[in-house]
Design a protein around this ligand. Structure first.
Ligand code: PHE
Length: 446
């Protein structure tokens, strides 16, 4: 075990919030949220997601950050230090989930990089939505391009993680997040003024409760975990670099709010445009990539808007993939005493190799598992099963086992006031475990 002083620490409070929000905001909000919303009936899904983010999501985020702050180690080590050896299992679920998620995250991350280049090569001038969809199809069924861009994205992730937490990650977030925010607001303006846009707003924001089902709720839970980076120990790690006197509830609220906002904004760009162009909301994993180029084409200087957007989208994905790799790498550093460089490169390569079937499963080769593509299956397994399982155990851990460490950590030993301790504990003890179990049972139709 390494001495605490050899671990990095955030250079400022805002550095932590940016990095944690950077981990949260990524493909989850801009790629996954719109397409799962489209497949899950629209506004009803959004409503359940909203509810889960601000009840279970925020409570678990606080729990994870506290575990890191008190444990001062990676997820496995922090759980062990606070709860004894067998609790390390929770951290392990996280390490496995991070491994699986990153394997396909790299594939979609690669799409964002490819689209930066494609912005300049005809994607934007072909304004017909059918054309754009064809370009996308051709792209994802080209195995060579898939592997090339996946490798490129993974290489970028490795380089940032290589340089350590505060050095690489903090700096990356400081510029990109505000820029992304501003650009997305402009895009909302464009999307909402397209003829026929209102129908999309209705689909996205006016709930049709007849579409509510166990499956929809399970997907919303998976999306809440995925988008907030919960249940896999990512926030444990970021918390482990926190100075003692941090207002964790406030930071968590800010992170949840920002993530929800970006998701909402992504939806307000994609659904109005989709309906305006007569496209299908249930189109699946390509939704963002098929819709946005058509919107850009309707803007003066569209090529530049598109390229800037995809650059920022890429950075948003990168600040998330970095935290996924960090989950796995920091375990190897803390527990097995590996050197950071060795761990980063080795794991980066290994995860990329494991991601190859996902990369090829989008059309290059038919690789189906349980009737869905390999990528979708890996995503379902990690987001809807592993992450909520990790979250369930985290809630039980702080709610029933290590609650005094939880109280002490959340108030910085009494230095930070927190008025809602009882509510927080109630959610962790009862609401979160029960809801997660019920949603599992209803969603999987046991
Ligand atoms: N929250 C990230 C996103 O939305 C994905 C992620 C999940 C990152 C878990 C870290 C841990 O893109």
């Amino acid at each position: 075990m390494k001495a605490e002083s050899s671990r990095g620490e955030w250079s400022s409070k805002i550095g932590f919030i940016l990095a944690a929000a950077g981990s949260a905001i990524g493909l989850g909000s801009i790629w996954r949220f719109p397409y799962i919303t489209g497949q899950s009936g629209g506004a009803v899904f959004v409503l359940v997601y909203l509810f889960l983010v601000f009840t279970i999501g925020i409570s678990l985020m606080m729990a994870e950050i506290v575990i890191g702050k008190k444990g001062r180690l990676n997820a496995v080590g922090s759980f062990r230090r606070l709860g004894g050896k067998h609790w390390g299992l929770v951290g392990w679920i996280g390490v496995i989930a991070a491994f699986v998620i990153l394997s396909y995250y790299g594939v979609i991350g690669g799409w964002t990089m490819a689209y930066v280049l494609k912005s300049f090569t005809g994607l934007i001038s072909t304004s017909g939505s059918g054309e754009v969809a064809k370009i996308f199809e051709a792209f994802i069924s080209d195995g060579k391009q898939m592997l090339f861009y996946q490798g490129l994205f993974m290489a970028a992730t490795v380089i940032v993680v290589f340089r350590g937490v505060s050095g690489g990650i903090e700096r990356l977030c400081t510029f990109c997040m505000p820029a992304l925010f501003i650009l997305m607001i402009l895009l909302i303006g464009r999307a909402l003024t397209l003829p026929g846009a209102m129908e999309g707003v209705v689909f996205f924001l006016k709930p049709d409760f007849s579409k509510l089902s166990g499956e929809v709720v399970l997907s919303a839970m998976g999306q809440a975990f995925f988008s907030l980076s919960l249940g896999i120990g990512a926030m444990v790690i970021y918390g482990s670099y926190l100075p003692d006197k941090t207002d964790i509830p406030k930071a968590s609220l800010q992170i949840c709010f920002l993530t929800f906002m970006i998701s909402l904004m992504a939806g307000l760009i994609i659904f109005p445009s989709l309906f305006a162009f007569g496209m299908e909301p249930g189109a699946g994993a390509g939704l963002t990539f098929i819709t946005l180029p058509v919107v850009f084409a309707k803007m003066p200087g569209g090529v530049l808007w598109a390229a800037s957007f995809f650059v920022l989208f890429f950075f948003a994905a990168l600040t998330s993939s970095v935290s996924l790799l960090e989950v796995v790498v920091s375990y190897m550093i803390d527990s097995l005493g590996w050197d950071r460089k060795k761990a980063t490169i080795l794991l980066g390569v290994l995860i990329s190799v494991v991601g190859i079937p996902s990369a090829l499963s989008q059309g290059a080769v038919t690789i189906n598992v349980f009737g869905v593509s390999f990528l979708d299956a890996a995503d379902f397994f990690a987001s809807n099963l592993l992450m909520p399982a990790g979250g369930f155990l985290t809630a039980v851990f702080i709610g029933w086992v290590a609650y005094s460490a939880g109280f002490d950590g959340i108030t910085g030993g009494g230095a930070v006031p927190f008025r809602h301790k009882k509510l927080w504990m109630f959610i962790l003890r009862f609401i979160a475990p029960v809801c997660i179990l019920v949603i599992f049972i209803a969603g999987l139709k046991w």
